[in-house]
Design a protein around this ligand. Structure first.
Ligand code: SF4
Length: 761
């Protein structure tokens, strides 16, 4: 698919070596005629901005934003504007690699036959000796729906293992738990354009300006129309600077803040009795719970002024239509599900569902953070958000797949619990695709032991990630530009990537690799797919009648409508942009209140570790940085991590701006430059998590999990900080010019404000 937009010549791009950060000897040059413009979407965050890829021959050489896509209207953030540079990047994996002589030997180029036959032989040997569940599948949510679906089927049907999970466990699982328990459907309740109908938007635990930059424009448009903005975050993020009320709460205290706001809403009669009576159950218990949390009590726990909580509750409660946006700040906690339920309580109590501008949206971080959690690659799930332990769901999926119910494994370990299972040698082999746990999981030293200790480890990716460096076999897959397929954005809108070019060298499309492996494992009859479209058509059947119903969605309909919101149960159904207009997703159609008792984070500051460490993203990088750290412009802006610390704390500890500092937690330590600001709480440190090896923030984070969904507590642990005696080893490996430039640029980072945090007037 392409459109005619004339011709264009593209500029030269310089690039850096991924590991040393030094400029490459030969600049990466591109001065090419544009042959076609392929309409598609950005490969990064859940906004999924529309873009054209500019193609010259079989090379993607540029990008242009799409005006016609109703989410970004011709805008892209720095990541989207440079995403095309990954496609022809000189680091692309272009042939299979294998350690022919076992662990410790180098990765060598091998043929596809040798790589795939070795994988089959080694996985079979492990399973013959230790059982089918000794091999696990670990996948990702930056993949298309087709690939996510395929991975769940591959694990259960081709490998026959119950252990399949994905990196959305680290991202969206608290949101899933909250959505399912409160509302009955695991999707954002509104299209993003509903921001323009809201009188108040409450952003809690979401650095919108950096993680979903294009959403900022919707918030600003809403503000222009008179919408009030409340932001709660331990850091004065870019969006917080424009808020009517900013609540700089202590990390890990979200639910008590939300319950205290509900308390005020009850006390002042701002709740919607009619809505509660007609459309919900469980109000009385939740009301009684909220009465235990007056603003004064919450203010003490959250480190806030009680008047600010009261003012925020009034602003939210008096709005005719209000939206709540949450993201990982609220969800990356051992109380992540409870925090989400507390947010849903607030929206339900005020009748804020089922109308324009009224709802509760969990913003998805990964490109397919929504679809990836619906397609059956999760430990306990079958396609369409079906339950793997539900007899009817099992019977239906088995009938589509043509397998006996006895051959469909039951639930396995979530991704976070695969690590201890690897250490126990219960899991001995792993097939991992499009994920980088050697950067993204907490307590990195333990994670490296777990993956490094596997008998046999296979990674499919298009760059040699930190995780792939540990693999026994590395298979070169495709970027998003080299295949077609669907993705479901943060609104629940199913959109489509269109293929621009072929994978380079011997690299293959991921779904072709997986289907080839399935054939070699003797299960080819279940994987007869010749295109992504054929996988999508089977996926549609699997979701028919399920909560995440894609049955009425086709590639043609997506093109014609610029995306289709699920559920879309029939061919003539237009899709469902706004949920809950008539009923919630439970059999009785009513939403559930959930009383939440506040409990503190798993680890709180003490004498030895007196500060709170929180981690997160910056605008220039995406997730583990495997792609964005290879993109010249993005690397230049933020080439290595830093430690954000408040001026007061820095002065007390004798730390000056740019000093090398060492942060210690009970898991380990890391050294990075200090960034002294006034836009973070004085009791809190922040480190961006996009870096690997000794630069990984996750060396420090706490491997404790939310009890139901097993998401790690990335956003709060106890930490200590001191001035470092010497720079870390990695500093001597980074290009000095890049190091110096970054030192100057750090104060220009969007969140690095020298302005003081506002105090409530
Ligand atoms: Fe849009 Fe997100 Fe891509 Fe930025 S990273 S261009 S906001 S989809």
């Amino acid at each position: 698919m392409s459109v005619d937009k004339g011709t264009f010549r593209h500029r030269q791009i310089d690039t850096y070596d991924f590991h040393s950060g030094r400029p490459r000897a030969t600049p990466w040059a591109s001065d090419r005629r544009i042959d076609r413009y392929v309409p598609t979407h950005c490969c990064y965050c859940g906004v999924q901005c529309g873009m054209y890829l500019k193609v010259s021959g079989n090379e993607v050489v540029g990008v242009e934003p799409r005006e016609d896509f109703p989410v970004n209207h011709g805008m892209l953030c720095p990541k989207g504007a440079t995403a095309y540079q990954t496609v022809t990047h000189p680091d692309r994996l272009t042939h299979p690699l294998m350690r022919r002589h076992g662990k410790g030997s180098p990765l060598e180029r091998v043929s596809w036959d040798e790589a795939l036959d070795t994988i089959v032989r080694r996985f079979r040997a492990i399973q013959a000796e230790h059982g089918a569940d000794a091999v696990a599948s670990y996948s990702g949510s930056s993949m298309t729906n087709e690939k996510c679906y395929l991975m769940g089927k591959f694990a259960r049907v081709a490998l026959g293992t119950r252990h399949t999970d994905y990196n959305g466990r680290l991202c969206m699982s608290s949101a899933t738990g909250a959505n399912e328990h409160a509302l009955g459907i695991d999707r954002a309740s509104n299209p993003i354009s509903d921001a323009l109908h809201a009188d108040c938007i409450f952003v809690i635990g979401s650095n919108v300006g950096e993680c979903f930059p294009i959403v900022t424009s919707w918030l600003w448009q809403a503000r222009d129309r008179g919408c009030k903005l409340i932001v709660a975050d331990p850091r004065q993020t870019p969006i917080a600077r424009t808020a009517d009320i900013f609540l700089p709460l202590r990390s890990g205290t979200d639910s008590i803040l939300l319950s205290a706001m509900l308390n005020v809403i009850i006390t002042e009669g701002l709740f919607d009795e009619q809505f509660i009576a007609a459309r919900t159950v469980g109000w009385e218990a939740t009301r009684a719970m909220a009465e235990q949390y007056p603003p004064e009590r919450a203010a003490e726990v959250c480190g806030l002024n009680p008047d600010a909580i009261i003012a925020a509750a009034r602003m939210y409660g008096r709005a005719n239509a209000a939206l709540i946006y949450t993201a990982r700040g609220l969800e990356h906690q051992t109380k992540g599900v409870e925090n989400g339920l507390a947010a849903a309580n607030l929206a339900l109590a005020t009748g804020n569902f089922g109308r324009p501008g009224a709802g509760y949206m969990t913003l998805t971080g990964q490109g397919n953070g929504q679809g990836g959690r619906e397609m059956g690659q999760k430990a306990s799930q079958l396609p369409g958000c079906r339950d793997i332990d539900d007899p009817e769901d099992r019977a239906y999926i088995c009938s589509v797949w043509g397998i006996a119910e006895a051959d469909l494994p039951h639930a396995g370990y979530p991704a976070t619990l695969m690590i201890p299972a690897m250490l126990r040698q219960e899991i001995r082999g792993c097939f991992l695709i499009c994920s980088n746990p050697l950067v993204s999981l907490p307590d990195q030293q333990t994670v490296a032991q777990a993956f490094g200790g596997l008998d046999f480890f296979v990674v499919t990716d298009f760059f040699l990630s930190e995780t792939a460096e540990l693999a026994d076999v590395v298979l070169p897959g495709n970027t998003w530009a080299e295949d077609e397929g669907t993705v479901t954005n943060l609104e629940g809108r199913v959109i489509k990537y269109n293929q621009a070019t072929e994978p380079p060298g011997e690299a293959r499309r991921d779904w072709e690799i997986v289907c080839d492996l399935a054939r070699r494992l003797g299960k080819g009859e279940y994987f007869p797919f010749r295109s992504a479209r054929e996988i999508f058509d089977e996926l549609r059947i699997c979701t028919k009648g399920a909560k995440a119903d894609y049955w009425g969605i086709t590639y043609e309909k997506i093109d014609a409508q610029n995306g289709v919101f699920w559920p879309c149960p029939t061919a003539d159904h237009p899709g469902t942009p706004r949920l809950y207009e008539e009923r919630f997703g439970f059999p009785d159609g009513r939403a559930r209140f959930n009383p939440i008792t506040y409990l503190p984070p798993a680890e709180e500051p003490d004498d030895e570790y007196p500060l709170i460490l929180t981690t997160g993203r910056v605008v220039y990088h995406y997730l583990s940085g495997n792609q964005t750290r290879r993109t010249p412009f993005l690397l230049e802006q933020a080439p290595y991590p830093w430690v954000e610390i408040h001026q007061e704390a820095a002065m007390r500890l004798g730390i000056a701006d740019n000093d090398w500092v060492t942060v210690r937690t009970r898991r380990g330590e890391m050294t990075a430059p200090a960034l002294v600001v006034r836009s973070i709480r004085p009791d809190t440190l922040f480190i961006p998590y996009h870096y690997g090896h000794t630069q990984a923030a996750n060396i420090l984070t706490n491997p404790v999990f939310e009890p139901m969904m097993k998401i790690p507590e990335y956003k709060v642990c106890a930490a200590a900080i001191t001035r470092a005696d010497a720079p870390p080893d990695w500093a001597s490996e980074v290009d000095p010019e890049l190091l110096e430039a970054a030192r100057e640029r750090r104060h220009e980072l969007p969140s690095a404000s020298a302005k003081p945090m506002p105090t409530f007037q």
